[in-house]
Design a protein around this ligand. Structure first.
Ligand code: ADP
Length: 201
């Protein structure tokens, strides 16, 4: 897929867990590297220190990435100290960011500034949370993007295309108002279709 946009622009890759978002991000980034473009990939760090890391898909493919604590870390890494990001010799041609649901709403102005400065920005993350509610600033990013790819996984219950992430707490569907972190519980996620996605109210 050759990007149809010549200048800076925003591409967003969304879908539920296991839909291949990381795979698709890795595919696009790998092609940019083959084209000898300057590429920088970021992902959220589990701890909040900068470190060299990699984006890995569930199939095990990887691409080098910088793990960052927050959007300010991304900004600091990219900019000389100025408040606005400028097109410059050091600015990458392509910036990829995985798991964007873990970043705050400051990601929106950053993505727009980068695209305005001529960068091809590729963002990947969950469009919906475990309740099937829009995730954070995703509606804003989807509306502003030049290109949106919605991927599906396979429903673990029926094999249909899965658009949602089922949260299970000790094997049972999670409640709508369960805290995001439940201490001491066994938590897992499955890809599910609309019919088989369950949220207890
Ligand atoms: P994401 O970034 O969207 O979570 P990944 O790119 O990490 O997805 O992984 C996608 C891969 O996960 C698929 O290519 C497939 O090998 C594997 N996989 C495991 N469970 C499922 C499922 N229920 N539906 C689709 N793919 C699955």
């Amino acid at each position: 897929l050759k990007s149809p946009y010549s200048g800076g622009h925003l591409e967003v890759i969304v879908g539920p867990m296991f839909s291949g978002k990381s795979e698709e991000l890795i595919r696009r980034v790998t092609r940019a590297l083959i084209a000898r473009q300057r590429v920088q990939v970021f992902k959220p760090a589990v701890d909040d220190r900068y470190h060299e890391s990699a984006v890995a898909s569930h199939t095990g493919r990887t691409v080098g990435a910088l793990a960052v604590g927050d959007v300010a870390d991304i900004r600091a890494h990219l900019s000389g100290e100025g408040p606005l990001l400028q097109a410059s010799a050091e600015m990458p041609d392509v910036i990829g960011i995985d798991e964007i649901q873990f970043f705050g709403s400051e990601l929106v102005p950053l993505a727009l500034e980068l695209a305005d400065a001529g960068v091809r920005v590729i963002l990947a993350g969950l469009d919906l949370d475990f309740r099937a509610e829009p995730f954070g600033c995703m509606p804003d990013l989807l509306a502003r993007a030049e290109s949106v790819e919605k991927l599906t996984a396979i429903c673990t219950q029926c094999g249909a295309p899965a658009t949602r992430s089922q949260r299970l707490i000790s094997g049972r569907p999670a409640r709508f108002d369960d805290p995001v972190v439940l201490v001491g519980a066994q938590e897992s996620y499955e890809a599910r279709c609309r019919l088989h996605h369950v949220v207890i109210h």
